[in-house]
Design a protein around this ligand. Sequence first.
Ligand code: ATP
Ligand code: MG
Length: 335
Amino acid sequence: MKKNMPESDIILQLEHLSSHYIRRKSAFWGGDERKDILNDVSFSIRRGEAFGLVGESGCGKSTLARAIIGLIPSDGTIMIDGESVLQKRTKEQRKKVQIVFQDPLSSLNPTKKIGWILEEPLRIHGIGDRASRLRRVNETLELIGLDNTFRDRYPSELSGGQRQRVSIGEALMLRPKLIVADEPVSALDVSVQSQILNLMEDLRRSLGLSYLFISHNLNVIYYLCDRTAVMYMGQIVELADVQTLFDLPAHPYTKMLLSAISEIGSEPEKTQKDKILPEALDREPSKTGCAFFARCPNACEKCKSISPELVNIGEALKKQHFVCCHCLAHSTANY
Ligand SMILES: Nc1ncnc2c1ncn2[C@@H]1O[C@H](COP(=O)(O)OP(=O)(O)OP(=O)(O)O)[C@@H](O)[C@H]1O
Ligand SMILES: [Mg+2]
């Protein structure tokens, strides 16, 4: 960014992002099979914002995380801190976005001590001398609530929560602006989950971090995030601030997710009158129309043949509430 230009409010901007995997059908006969995963994903994350991404298993959440940090190719636009990074990333651009995975036991090198693990990103990027790197390790241990004695321990000697603190610390070593957290608390006990969420919230405030926070669990998103997007089969089907999403869910899939958490008695409790009925699930999936057609209780002929677009239904209430659904009469019934 040029020095005399005002800093944009946006840390991450995705425009029309698509991604696919290529699977080799047979080593002998050859032939590739293309599997489209992300379909026209557009949203942006503001500086200092915690942005949630929720959706069922296999919908493409981790694929989106991998595309954002540049692990897999994608089409469209990815802007980080005002710069396009889709084709090529400089070291400086790489430092700005770091990832935290669900399972620290597999992401932390089991043969190395925590001090070595934390220092590694600095060595890779050629940052500082031994003494300054050690200072950064100690500072980071303090940030993640572990004392200096943890430098000499191995990952296997730590509890699940402590290991996840180390993963967060590892991500913080390069002092990024955005952290992509892919189900960072899903593998932890509920009591430990809240400690890690509190830590993430404290770090967000003290370091001015932004998060893309991926979770199956809407309660976790409600607790930590300002806004959230709901993903279904690689598409964003609803996007709003979390309070609006919980109070006025509009997409039938979001309503289904919310009714699932109210059924198991979790907080915050919401009861949805219009649950997805099992009878609505026997339709053939539509190849041309709405991705949710086969499971939607409100689907009509138009839904079968025409893909809906993400539109703002919140204008009357001066809200940004985007929904991808033809049946807006159903969607806005709560408004
Ligand atoms: N390397 C790969 N090669 C081919 N297909 C893949 C690959 N990785 C993931 N997929 C497929 O892409 C789809 C999306 O996977 P992804 O891991 O992004 O889902 P997810 O939303 O993160 O799911 P979960 O909640 O279970 O973590 C799935 O159908 C998955 O099988
Ligand atoms: Mg995943």
